[in-house]
Design a protein around this ligand. Sequence first.
Ligand code: SF4
Length: 343
Amino acid sequence: MGSTRRSFVKQSAEAVALLAVAPLGCSRVGPVKAPMGEEAMAWEPGYLALARSGELAARAEQLWEVLASCQLCPRRCGANRLAGEVGVCSLTARLKVHSAGPHFGEEPPLVGRWGSGTIFFSNCNLLCCFCQNWEINHRGDGTFLGIDALADMMLALQERGCHNINLVTPTHVVPHVVRAVIRAIPRGLRLPLVYNTGGYDNPEVVALLDGIVDIYLPDFKYQDGEVAAKFSAGARDYPEVAAEVIREMHRQVGVLAVDERGIARRGLIIRHLVLPNNLSGTDRFVRWVAAELGPGTAVNIMSQYRPEHRAPGMPELARRLTHEEWRQALAWAREAGLTNLVS
Ligand code: SF4
């Protein structure tokens, strides 16, 4: 990626905060109108058909009910978030957003010319000890917003010409997202949703997103449950869960499809951050992708790991990758036969 997610957050914090607290005030950061070709105008995201049939409202209702005994992710805390209780993600049913804005550091098919319309949700259900955005995901920096404000934010990103609505860490706020999409549709929302997740999702919830999400962007962080438990707050079942949800995502949207401009419209891109000492199990990951999903699956194998948050105090994670580790990761990908590496 051209610039990291962390640098994007830091460099644009002031500008994007304007979108977060006053979505329609984005003129202060210079609105940009992107031209839309005929083909782009003809295409429509899946959620519009579901809205017309009434199915989108039914799904939103189903998802909202989950908040009463939260099972939105595999932690299955059972917290009544509607009543103000919190689970591992530390968030009640109140929506909290850190920032939003066009992001040019994501994968090229998401960025295009006008950027990916990124919305950073506060808090997280996975809580990796090496989190690059720990202030947002662990500390919960952000602003409480209503559903209408989130809808405003999506429309403001569309107005600026962004190619998609990129929902960063959405797992614990899926019901809010779907409600906001419903509010935004009558006002003209027609960008594809990018579900940009750490990969620790409830497969049943992902099944409810069938037809709502056009582009899935999951991480697949670990292949070993003990490693996942140690570095992601006890998530020992991460490898099995992530494999199951990614299979379901692939079933729903298939391989990555782009339009005549090379902009992603539908499909799956898997992110894999290579960790020092192969804690990420990169050799197993690439073999799994090739065998389970096919060698043409879009995969971003990422080299930019650096020790953040609590990682500097953990010997296995306290350094960046070596050149040899990175070279080996790419060699494993080639040996597995992966043919669609994006970065
Ligand atoms: S989304 Fe939060 S409260 Fe719900 S199950 Fe996951 S960690 Fe627990």
